[in-house]
Design a binder for this molecule. Structure first.
Ligand code: SF4
Length: 393
């Protein structure tokens, strides 16, 4: 009998169940829903007059760009919702045809599956509020069922070192991102990432990683005047992303305005905005975050894992995107800490992470805009991206 290959997945995804009608920001709105070729054919053959007519009206074959997996698309309503979402905010296709009647996109979300070097992986997208809640709430949520060995390339060894730093509970997660910036800049210059890592080079990388970790543990960093640059860039990225959302369907615009408004409230100039940002960070955000260190750590671990960050492609834009997305999420939490009467709780983290991920991770233009925003201040600079994660003084 053929043996089933085990799938590597994080613990929280084995506990995942869709929240259904209780979901605060359903995936049945604002996303483009691709329909694969087999499902499209099955939809066009549905005989029940009401559902059959609806499917023919709302599911349209794509143009020349269609592929087997993205063969047709569900046309959203003018308000941006899926036309098959019923009054109870449940899927009418699933109700009538069962789960097997869903397209692959609808059936699998928020799961993502991929194969790498003969190993199968499954991860969860935190744009789903329930996946975000599970991932951020439990310290062991990002435990992998079977992590496997690092690839024997320079890239593989460096990525394994970054993951080890992100899992290191002695190293604050923002310092693990600094670690990623420093080690990728040192060992993954353009074009050299695919080189094989022989035993000597592997040892060199491991020694460098250990020294960098020690230096990061010993050094305390905080941004003084530069915190204003951080605040301006991160707030601009957040507000630009919010402008791309439908405020009736997405929570991100309201969250961004509330959080950034809380930082700028009463500020009479740049200096007082920077001072309030630093004070909120130290007095309201940091005590809760230190006590729930696993929340943003799990966000970063999941981001690295599900996006296969640094495992292919140019390194600098990936680092810039990681640093700025982390910075935006933390900025919004810092702001919310100033307006929540009882302070932050883990549900605030899940709301910010899922609402932000929905636009930051699913809109293909965001990463290019992040790189452009940083490059406009300091062209091709990992160091500016690093300054997006160092806390304000
Ligand atoms: S976003 Fe997640 S919890 Fe909400 S409806 Fe979709 S799969 Fe279910």
């Amino acid at each position: 009998m053929a043996q089933e290959t085990p799938i590597t997945s994080p613990k929280f995804m084995t506990d995942f169940r869709c929240a259904g009608g209780a979901c605060p920001e359903t995936c049945c709105s604002s996303f483009l829903v691709d329909v694969d070729r087999a499902t499209f054919r099955a939809y066009m053959a549905v005989k029940a007059p009401d559902l059959g007519d609806q499917l023919k009206r709302h599911v349209k074959k794509r143009g020349n760009e269609r592929t087997d997996s993205s063969y047709a698309r569900i046309q959203l309503t003018p308000a941006g919702a899926c036309p098959f979402l019923d009054d109870e905010r449940l899927c009418s296709i699933q109700k009538r045809l069962g789960e097997s009647g869903l397209s692959e996109t609808c059936r699998s979300f928020p799961r993502e599956r991929w194969t790498r070097d003969g190993r199968d992986y499954m991860g969860g997208k935190l744009s789903c509020p329930e996946a975000a809640r599970l991932c951020l709430a439990a310290p062991d949520a990002m435990t992998l069922s079977d992590a496997g060995d690092a690839e024997p390339t320079v890239r593989g060894v460096v990525v394994a070192a970054i993951e080890a730093a992100a899992r290191d509970r002695d190293l604050p997660i923002w310092k693990a991102i600094l670690f990623a910036g420093v080690i990728t800049e040192t060992f993954l210059p353009e074009g050299q990432a695919e080189a094989a890592a022989d035993a000597k080079l592997r040892q060199t990388i491991e020694d460098y990683a250990a020294e960098t970790r020690q230096a990061l543990l010993e050094e305390d960093f905080a941004l003084g005047d530069q915190a204003l640059t951080q605040l301006k860039i991160l707030a601009a990225v957040a507000l630009s992303a919010a402008a791309k959302c439908n405020p009736n369907l997405n929570r991100f615009p309201a969250i961004s305005q509330r959080a950034i408004g809380a930082i700028l409230e009463g500020a009479e100039g740049f200096d007082s905005a920077r001072a309030r940002y630093g004070a909120l960070y130290r007095e309201r955000f940091k005590p809760f975050d230190d006590a729930h260190d696993h929340a943003l750590r799990n966000y970063v671990l999941n981001y690295l894992y599900v996006n296969r960050t640094f495992l292919s492609g140019p390194i600098l834009p990936q680092f810039q995107t990681l640093a700025v997305k982390f910075g935006v999420i933390r900025l919004l939490l810092v702001g919310l800490s100033g307006v929540q009467p009882d302070g932050l709780d883990i549900d605030d983290y899940a709301a910010v992470v899922s609402a932000a991920s929905r636009i930051l991770d699913h809109d293909a233009s965001v990463s290019a805009e992040i790189s452009a925003a940083l490059d406009a201040v300091e062209p091709r600079s990992a160091s500016l991206a690093i300054r997006m994660v160092i806390p304000p003084a």
